[in-house]
Design a protein around this ligand. Sequence first.
Ligand code: G2I
Length: 361
Amino acid sequence: MTDVRPPSRTRSRRALAVGIAAGALIAPLLAYGHAAATDTPRVDPPLRDAAASSGRFAGLGVGSPLNDDPTYTDITATEFSSLTPGNEMKWGTVEPVQGQFDWSGADEVVEFAQAHDQEVHGHTLVWHSQLPGWVENGQYEGELLDVMTEHVTTEASRYAGQVARWDVVNEPMNEDGTLRNSVFLQEIGESYIAEAFRAADAADPDAKLYINDYNTDGLGAKSDGLYDLVSSLLDQGVPIDGVGFQSHLIVGQVPGDMRENLQRFADLGLEVAVTELDVRIEMPADDAELAQQASDFGAVVDACTAVSACIGVTVWGFTDADSWIPGTFPGYGAAHPWDENYQTKPAHDAIRDAFLAAGTG
Ligand code: G2I
């Protein structure tokens, strides 16, 4: 339970990134160019190669356990160039008892990613949800600031050099743009956010440090509040590198000002990324809704590729067979780019084509 050794490292993160970028820039060009010249059937590139042709990653928020289904792992390995552990790096998972760590699930995802030349997007260090009971209920020794700092330091140190990006603080905003009244805000005050970033930076100076939230994809009160918060963190010299836009969307409701919103954060000098994209449909989904969903996935990728500081798009699950949506939004489903039988949906092709349209493909 308390093993502190990191999983073995075969290649550095930087080497991985270069390898992915170089290989993926060339692969779709060869496939496309050759097919056009000889009239042989077109070979569609996997999403990771399509994304790389525009200099970006195609990410996946993975379910667990990863290795149960060979079709699942095969698609995970071949289609995506970044993995976000869906639950395995959350506080409640890794530190169920104060000071006792269980890295098994997180290590599994990191090792899988390294074996398949994928980046890891760490998720998440400080979040009000999926906390261990001892944090939630205040059953810890000492001050919460020290407890939080210790947790961030321990987890970010363990994976230092192996995590490309960390969601350091997740979902800090209320819908009206004020700060969420989490246990961290209550016990520490709003400085908890700056302190979490400082601890993560000290533990892993190479990881890009993100703040990540939902319903901040377009302009509005919540994203205005996030913008003000991030601006203030930058003014204070807090080591923040990026903003993640989760993009849990409803079919037909991609914010028309998403590009503009991403751009204003980029204009602060930050990276931006789409971090948890899905597009839910009220069930049963018909063909018209699946076509609209495809257009929605494409529109989100277009919003990202229109912003040079937007470094990639992560989908939150790839198959309708393994989805968080029906449990959280009863009556909704079909939110992902592959169907329940692991067949690609129009949404998959729209993601691929949007990346290719922005890139060299
Ligand atoms: O809620 C959707 C996402 C919103 N943004 C932050 C993400 O971390 C969050 O992800 C989801 C996971 O995809 C779910 O898998 O977070 C949920 C909890 O808020 C996760 O659901 C939980 C279930 O509630 C538990 O019953 C289950 O034991 O997943 C657990 C592990 O499968």
